[in-house]
Write a protein that binds this ligand. Structure first.
Ligand SMILES: [Fe+2]
Length: 323
């Protein structure tokens, strides 16, 4: 049985102070959502109120500093390793950096990069990283950020390819999308940043997804990993302020690409995401399960979930931190 640890949203914060952003480059939406009154209303009023009334488990402010994180790294690494998983996927927002000004976070990236690499060096399994919106992505240095994640993951892609099934050609593109088949399950990772914002082609993910599915000649379960949820997790008032808006909704459209796969093959599909910092797990009547992970948090004792998949079934269980 294939086992994958899925984790996300650590929001590892540099010990260097945040430099002032160049507000002249902000879009109108950024000017509003990054203003003092807006930040106060959202984080001092809306978020605490939401955490109080929600019936779902949430951790809307999971940020952790480098020093605190480094003190816990061996416990975190051990929690990954002892699951006995074949590999792990980190579903975005490993770092807590900005994307508002190009190059602004270069200094702040140094200590978080090395703290991240230090963790991964101690994890006894390959960890594949997908980018999230807090990983320092900016349209002018997107590839630098992908390089940073590649540095942290310590050759995870090469290690995973070694154990992948040989009847499917593993694939990875310049945007960080990847696909491979392992133990008769198809694994697909998608970079879910808004393409318009980063001057990517609109269909950069759709094309990759279509190719990944059509290249698989066997009827197999599919596991999709992505940062932004392609389904609704947070309520409307968060969407109104630009948080947790579903992305890549074409993934789960009725009659869409995954729906078609389930109907054609009869095999289960799981779509996992992070970003919303709230727990959601639903087994859809369409044969597609939807999962939104809680953040990796030492203080909350949460690592993520262990996905177990074989030819017929996909199951999940929560992974707690080793106390
Ligand atoms: Fe995010």
């Amino acid at each position: 049985m294939l086992k994958i640890v899925v984790s996300s949203d650590l929001h590892l914060r540099s010990s260097y102070p945040k430099p002032e952003a160049d507000r002249s480059t902000f879009s109108f939406k950024q000017k509003i959502t990054r203003s003092g009154p807006f930040q106060f209303a959202a984080h001092k009023l809306l978020v605490p109120a939401y955490e109080k009334i929600t019936s779902r488990e949430a951790n809307l402010k999971p940020h952790v500093g480098v020093e605190e994180f480094s003190a816990s790294k061996l416990r975190i690494a051990d929690s990954f390793s002892r699951t006995g998983a074949d590999f792990a996927v980190f579903n975005g927002d490993f770092f807590d950096l900005s994307r508002t000004t190009p190059g602004r976070d270069r200094v702040r990236q140094e200590d978080v990069l090395h703290a991240g690499r230090d963790l991964i060096d101690n994890v006894g399994l390959p960890v594949l990283f997908l980018p999230g919106n807090s990983d320092g992505l900016h349209k002018d240095d997107i590839y630098e950020t992908l390089d940073d994640l590649s540095f942290v993951n310590n050759n995870a892609w090469d290690r995973v390819k070694e154990v992948a099934d040989t009847d499917y050609e593993p694939s990875r593109d310049d945007y960080g999308n990847f696909s491979f088949k392992i133990q008769n399950c198809l694994v697909i990772g998608l970079n879910s940043v808004p393409p318009g914002e980063f001057k990517f082609p609109d269909d950069f993910n759709y094309t990759f997804m279509e190719q990944a599915l059509s290249s698989c000649k066997k009827n197999v379960p599919v596991l999709v990993f992505t940062h932004h949820a392609p389904f609704r997790v947070l309520p409307w008032y968060f969407q109104a302020i630009g948080e947790g808006i579903p992305a890549q909704t074409w993934l789960l459209e009725e009659g869409g690409i995954l729906n078609h796969h389930v109907q054609k093959t009869g095999k289960p599909v799981l779509v996992t995401s992070g970003h919303c910092h709230q727990w959601l797990y639903e087994k859809g009547t369409d044969g597609i399960s939807r999962l939104c992970n809680l953040p990796l948090s030492v203080s909350r004792g949460n690592i993520g979930v262990l996905v177990k998949a074989d030819d017929e079934v996909i199951k999940i269980e929560k992974v707690r931190i080793n106390q």
